[in-house]
Design a protein around this ligand. Structure first.
Ligand code: BEZ
Length: 251
């Protein structure tokens, strides 16, 4: 999937703004080596470095990494596949905010992360959890089906696991899960009644692949109409986010 890194920074800054309190969970100590997986445009990676850590940010998207390098030239970034990577350098902690739900091969990611940690190292992350953006997904699927796009409607784009599901994967790979939480966090969308269309265009582009622009516009309008009763609170629109957070230790 191709990302628009400028649009991401201008309109979806909430991704890394909310991530700032996941950083508190990471509890960076000066001098630690930290790997930030799915770092996007690198805002949190930079904050980790500013706390005195030796940090590397990785992302699957070359566009995101290019933007990160432009914004923060003093931070180490690389394009890498979270589902399948190997590093000689071992880390005190692996961090990830709002990225792991994109990695459908969760086993591959957890195995790679386990191997990347020093013994005693920690894996601290937040991702979309079970039930995340359910209303949005239902609306996208229903409207696509109504337009005859059954294949697009069935596209599997994200993995939103329950606490038990992800904890089991972590344990199967040798981690001890020391903290986990699964909670609602309704998330404001910018640009009023244009917010849903912008969100779907940015994050759900795979659902719309192969559809002509004018029909796409109509589909986005219908998705917005379906969501309005749930998402529009006196002009401020909110998406039904559910977060899964955890700390897992390599013992
Ligand atoms: C999320 O952070 O929950 C999310 C972001 C983009 C697409 C799907 C979920």
């Amino acid at each position: 999937m191709k990302w628009n890194a400028d649009l991401y920074d201008q309109k979806h800054a909430f991704v890394f703004k909310f991530g700032e309190d996941v950083l508190a969970l990471l509890d960076v100590k000066a001098g630690e080596r930290i790997l930030d997986i799915g770092c996007g445009t690198g805002h949190l990676t930079k904050q980790i470095q500013d706390k005195g850590a030796i940090v590397k940010g990785t992302d699957y998207s070359p566009d995101m990494i290019a933007q990160a390098q432009t914004l923060f030239p003093d931070v180490d970034f690389a394009v890498e596949n979270a589902a399948d990577f190997y590093t000689e350098q071992k880390y005190d902690a692996v961090f990830s905010n709002a990225a792991l739900h994109w990695v459908l091969d969760a086993n591959g990611a957890i195995k790679s992360i386990y191997d990347a940690l020093k013994p005693g190292g920690r894996f601290v992350a937040e991702m979309g959890g079970k039930g995340n953006v359910t209303r949005l997904l239902e609306a996208i699927r229903l409207v696509l089906q109504n337009h005859g796009y059954h294949e697009q409607a069935d596209t599997k784009v994200w993995f939103f696991p329950s606490t038990a599901e992800y904890a089991k994967l972590l344990e199967d790979h040798g981690f001890r899960v020391t903290f986990t939480a699964h909670y609602d966090r309704k998330t404001p969308l910018l640009d009023g009644d244009q917010g849903v269309a912008k969100w779907v265009t940015m994050f759900g582009a795979q659902f719309l692949e192969g559809i002509a622009d004018d029909e796409k516009e109509q589909i986005l309008k219908e998705i917005t109409q379906k969501l309005e009763p749930y998402y529009n609170e006196s002009g401020q629109w909110y998406a039904d986010y559910k977060r899964l957070r955890f700390i897992a230790v390599k013992e």
